[in-house]
Design a protein around this ligand. Structure first.
Ligand SMILES: Cc1cc2nc3c(=O)[nH]c(=O)nc-3n(C[C@H](O)[C@H](O)[C@H](O)COP(=O)(O)OP(=O)(O)OC[C@H]3O[C@@H](n4cnc5c(N)ncnc54)[C@H](O)[C@@H]3O)c2cc1C
Length: 385
């Protein structure tokens, strides 16, 4: 078993780390303070090729795979989670198109998504709930016509990341079809009947734009249906499983950033004549966290490596997400505590981390949903319903 990265992966890591330190760290605070989308930073990441990492070169990507994507997301999240969240949320609709889209759909939407000239969103969650992915109420009805016909969507989605940004975008909307199953539709910005509400104000991911969307007799051509009618749930679960690996990487990056800030501050801060990190209660806590951060990264990379090999990775993705996000919350809390009062001052980067970490435990299946799924996948329980 070889834990070493390839020379390409090492180069990717140092390139993205340098970008994060030089381009994101000094600029992101202003966007977070105003809940604004960091357009120049996102364009810079597109130029770097980050959006295309998990996708095939034939689809506008770079054949980097999930391990490479996890490496990049960790480096971005180590500096700022909002930016990593934008990149990750963008990858969900692209994953659906990569796995299920026709040649024409991949050429039309996946290529610009992978190149970063189009921003992508996935619309699954509704105001009535997100955990039960099969309970979608938004409807789609077919209207056949000589030119191929169209689909008419009605309903609403909420907490949809990457909608309402200044960049041209598409959303992959999951809706219920008359047969009773689900289906996924590409809805480009500007489609009549598709309206994006105001951005939601959140305690974390503040520079990632998250909005409600409304579908009122929203009509898209028949060619916007991805794959087949009835495949929407399977398609959404594919994206969500890949997404859990992404969230494991983002959580690992956040935890590492929090840990680095805590160690640097604790070494410099003296109380009762000695650095704070000389206190065993602080030093042991940070040593334990370093161990958990490493473990979260290994779980994440294992799931990513399985995905890259085409092997099953559902349980491994859930374990990585569950473990790394718990570590992120604990690391953020520890970093604030080590900083004392400065830890809750918005001038210090650690202040934003707890809100950012908490979001990671909710999206892509909450921690409770990961446990529910693991209990099933490991043959422990069929659930309590
Ligand atoms: C910042 C942010 C960005 C997001 N971006 C997107 C996006 O881009 N696209 C998208 O579609 N969605 C997005 N979401 C929505 C996210 O996926 C949902 O919030 C998540 O799936 C949980 O759904 P819910 O909030 O409706 O909670 P609910 O499903 O209402 O659950 C509420 C609570 O009950 C618990 N619970 C539910 N069922 C069970 C059970 N069977 N056993 C035990 N406990 C249970 C949950 O763990 C949770 O603690 C985003 C959310 C946030 C916060």
């Amino acid at each position: 078993m070889d834990f070493a990265l390839t020379s390409e992966q090492e180069l990717l890591r140092s390139t993205v780390r340098t970008f994060a330190e030089r381009e994101i760290a000094p600029r992101i605070g202003a966007y977070i303070e105003t809940d604004a989308f960091p357009e120049p930073i996102v364009r810079g990441l597109a130029d770097l090729g980050v959006f295309g990492l998990p996708f095939r070169a034939a689809d506008g990507g770079s054949d980097g795979g999930m391990v490479a994507f996890a490496i990049a997301l960790e480096e971005i999240a180590c500096v700022d989670v909002s930016v990593a969240a934008i990149v990750f949320a963008h990858s969900s609709p692209a994953t659906i198109l990569a796995a299920y889209g026709s040649d024409e759909q991949r050429r039309r939407w996946l290529v610009p998504l992978a190149e970063g000239s189009l921003i992508g969103a996935i619309g699954l969650t509704e105001p009535s709930g997100g955990s039960d992915a099969a309970a979608v109420r938004t409807t789609a009805r077919a209207e056949p016509a000589d030119d191929g016909g169209s689909w008419v969507l009605n309903g609403g989605k909420t907490f949809i990341t990457n909608t309402g940004t200044p960049l041209p975008g598409i959303a992959v909307i999951v809706a219920r079809v008359p047969s009773g199953g689900l289906a996924a539709f590409v809805v480009p910005d500007g489609t009549p009947g598709y309206r994006v509400g105001r951005p939601l104000h959140k305690i974390g991911w503040r520079a990632a734009t998250t909005c409600e969307v409304f579908l009122d007799d929203c009509r898209v051509p028949a060619g916007h249906l991805v794959g087949r009618e009835g495949d929407g749930l399977r398609q959404a679960l594919t994206a969500i499983t890949f997404g859990r690996v992404c969230v494991g990487a983002i959580a690992t990056g956040l935890a590492r950033g929090a840990w680095e800030q805590a160690v640097a501050y604790g070494r410099a801060r003296r109380t009762f004549g000695r650095p704070v990190t000389d206190r065993q209660s602080i030093a042991f806590g940070l040593a334990e966290l370093a161990t958990r951060i490493d473990a979260g990264r290994l779980l994440t990379w294992r799931a990513a490596a399985l995905a890259d090999r085409g092997a099953p990775f559902r349980a491994e993705a859930s374990m990585a997400k569950l473990f790394a996000t718990r570590t992120a919350v604990d690391a953020a809390e520890t970093a604030i505590q080590v900083h004392g009062a400065y830890g809750v001052s918005r001038e210090y980067p650690v202040a934003k981390m707890l809100g950012d970490a908490k979001v990671l435990q909710i999206i892509e299946g909450t921690s409770e949903i990961q446990l529910l799924l693991l209990a099933r996948l490991l043959g422990i329980s069929d659930g309590d319903e």
